[in-house]
Write a protein that binds this ligand. Structure first.
Ligand SMILES: [Zn+2]
Length: 488
């Protein structure tokens, strides 16, 4: 992005115009986001996309109410018009607003941040990317009985400048990469799917192309396809209350839905009630509720290397932080913004994020991570389990508005007998109630099994903002869980 005097002049113009219009506080974000995607389906290039979006957004606080406006035209006259519009919207909102917004006392920062990476994905030739996807496709194609194969990659580069009337000025260059493979097999009555490294587009991280190479997609294609075919003739998952071991990518999604969303403080305060829903983690539960068993520890960590929710500063200029959410099973923290944190007597922990220049920042997850435990490897944990089921790779999910009652289905399950996986089963599901479920967690695998998963498609807000968040998890064991057969 051009960060010469011109952009500085436009930023100053925006801040001055809004302040002269009566804004008590104003911030500007100038954002350029470039994305590229590639999909190979059944041996042929199905889709190759590239997209560039650039513009700026101005947020003004007038009489305790927000106004926001943005534009793709970075020109002096347009910047002044948009600044006046943001002020006018704020003034109109103030008339209808009951409670005045008050920002916390987060100090303004002047700094810059770039995602560390080795290999720029936008500089890797298309041929090389296609070769990796085609090799993965060919590996899946070697297995008879597979009928749909898909391999995909996605890259994004985001360059943004944040400046505020408090004196903040922050430049950030973020780089995101993702890739995955998926295959399905079908007979007259059913379809069975397997995906790697996880479902819904694969694994996503902040970093460079080296992370895509490290996935070694082709090495996993054949086994994945064999499992999809084998699932067709596998017995159905049993029903009843059982011991369940949940694989790390599925557990990451469990953390996302049953912890990440209910700790968004705007949801808790009812600000997202009409669209995203509310939360069972109401203010009276903070520091009191036993969310899980004493081995359950969850952090919101925007600083962990490689996380899809890792950055230098949020979109209010607050530095990335690592804050405890669940400590020894007790619920101790929320995801907050400068506007909501003072309502619980705290300072923002830096999770206010906008998916692009043309929308306001909302409270979004960073990397909400389950800390590793003491149960060693997955093999150790299975060996320590007499009877149960191991479930892996998400297939379906549903959870109520308050994030309390849930059901998840996974692509594959394995029955465990006397410490060994003895039988593949299909269509497994498990259901639960959030604190009861986490309360039944009696073992979490260690560091060597812990993986930081990226979710590129978390939706929130109106207009909908699709955002990129991370979740670290290791496989874990839960006792007395309701298990059944999914219908899809
Ligand atoms: Zn989500």
């Amino acid at each position: 992005m051009n960060t010469s005097g011109t952009v500085d002049d436009l930023i100053n113009r925006a801040l001055d115009t809004a302040q002269q219009g009566g804004a008590g506080y104003v911030d500007v974000r100038v954002v350029e986001r470039e994305t590229e995607s590639l999909t190979v389906k059944n041996g042929a290039l199905q889709e190759a996309g590239a997209h560039l979006s650039a513009g700026f957004g101005i947020r003004a606080l007038v009489d305790g109410a927000w106004g926001f406006s943005g534009s793709a035209r970075l020109e002096p006259g347009e910047v002044e018009r948009v600044a006046r519009e943001a002020v006018a919207i704020a003034r109109a909102s103030a008339l209808a607003q009951r409670d005045r917004i008050q920002l916390d006392d987060s100090p303004p920062v002047v700094a810059s941040y770039s995602t560390p990476y080795v290999e720029d994905p936008f500089a890797v030739p298309l041929d090389e990317k296609l070769r990796i996807l085609m090799e993965a496709d060919a590996a899946m194609a070697r297995v008879p009985g597979v009928n749909v194969r898909s391999s995909s990659m996605e890259f994004a580069r985001e360059e943004k400048i944040f400046a505020s009337s408090d004196g903040a000025r922050i430049e950030q260059d973020l780089l995101e990469v993702g890739a995955g493979i998926e295959t399905s097999a079908a007979n007259d009555s059913e379809v069975q799917r397997r995906s790697f490294p996880q479902s819904a587009g694969g694994q996503h991280v902040t970093g460079g192309f080296e992370a895509i190479r490290a996935l070694r997609l082709a090495d996993h294609g054949e086994q994945l396809a064999e499992e999809a075919v084998a699932l067709l003739t596998a017995p159905q998952c049993p029903s009843g209350r059982m011991t369940v071991i949940i694989g790390s990518s599925q557990l990451a999604l469990q953390v996302h839905e049953s912890c990440g969303h209910p700790i968004e403080l705007d949801r808790v305060l009812g600000m997202e009630a009409s669209f995203a829903g509310t939360s069972f983690l109401t203010l009276d539960k903070l520091d009191r509720l036993q969310y899980g068993s004493p081995i359950v520890n969850i952090d919101a960590d925007a600083t962990v290397p490689g996380g899809l929710g890792t950055f230098g500063f949020d979109d209010e200029g607050v530095p990335a932080q690592n804050v405890p959410i669940v400590e020894a099973g007790r619920f101790v923290g929320y995801l907050t913004s400068r506007e909501t944190a003072p309502l619980i007597g705290r300072r923002s922990m830096g999770s206010s994020r906008a998916s692009n220049w043309n929308v306001i920042p909302l409270i979004r997850m960073t990397n909400v991570n389950l800390r590793p435990g003491a149960a060693g490897t997955l093999e150790d944990l299975i060996a320590d389990t007499k009877d149960g089921i191991y479930m892996a790779s998400n297939l379906s999910w549903s959870i109520d508005d308050r994030r309390l009652n849930f059901q998840f289905g996974t692509e594959i399950g394995w029955l465990i007998k006397d410490g060994r996986l003895v039988q593949m089963v299909k269509n497994p599901t498990y259901t639960g109630i959030t604190p009861e479920f986490w309360g039944s967690c009696d073992a979490i695998c260690g560091e060597s099994e812990w993986n930081l998963w990226g979710l590129p498609n978390c939706g929130k807000g109106e207009p909908m903002q699709t955002h990129r968040v991370g979740h670290g998890a290791a496989p874990a064991r839960f006792r007395n869980v309701q298990v059944g057969v999914g219908q899809w």
